[in-house]
Ligand binder design. Structure first.
Ligand SMILES: C[C@H](C(=O)O)C(=O)SCCNC(=O)CCNC(=O)[C@H](O)C(C)(C)COP(=O)(O)OP(=O)(O)OC[C@H]1O[C@@H](n2cnc3c(N)ncnc32)[C@H](O)[C@@H]1OP(=O)(O)O
Ligand SMILES: [Co+2]
Length: 134
């Protein structure tokens, strides 16, 4: 069911400072900030030869990463995103297996304009999983 790793995400308290750190100190190519109000985050992507790293900071009052940053004020690894060919088939299979699909279970459009879903971290070894249909 799982395809490639699309991105690894790091929640940060200050996106411009994190992007600058990746650009200047690590010498990486970083995209411009993209506000995603429906997801409660603003993101940039660090473009790497084999995958991407997503840096995300909270946007708005009800950001899903607010509690995470309260517990990890310096930031920290937040989720891993795997590609799937058919996100509805993946969701149905995961639900049948007893995994908790977050939100209302309907995919939202993610940062790449493709449907995404999230799976509860307590069901997968303490790691929040994002699925993206490609
Ligand atoms: C769009 C874009 C894209 O790429 O396209 C994105 O990625 S958007 C990326 C942002 N969007 C999302 O993350 C959407 C899905 N996420 C969520 O719905 C929520 O973040 C959540 C339900 C996973 C957790 O919400 P919360 O922190 O407010 O809730 P709680 O405090 O009750 O957390 C429940 C338990 O999960 C733990 N927990 C919370 N977040 C994480 C995480 N990222 N990784 C591992 N564990 C985590 C908490 O420490 C707690 O454990 P304990 O009980 O042991 O203390
Ligand atoms: Co993501």
């Amino acid at each position: 069911m799982l395809g490639r790793v699309n991105h690894v995400a790091i929640a940060v308290p200050d996106l411009s400072s994190a992007a600058e750190s990746y650009r200047s100190t690590l010498g990486a190519v970083v995209t411009e900030p993209q506000a995603l109000p429906e997801h409660g985050v603003t993101v940039v992507f660090v473009t790497l030869p084999n995958t991407k790293v997503e840096l995300l900071e909270p946007l708005g009052e009800a950001s899903p990463i607010a509690a995470f940053l309260e517990k990890n004020p310096a930031g920290g690894m937040h989720h891993i995103c795997y590609e799937v060919a058919d996100i509805i088939a993946a969701r149905n299979r995961l639900r049948q297996a007893g995994a908790r699909v977050l939100g209302d279970g309907n995919p939202k459009i993610g940062a790449h304009g493709k449907p995404v879903l999230f799976l509860h971290p307590k069901d997968f070894q303490g790691t929040l999983i994002e699925l993206e249909e490609v």
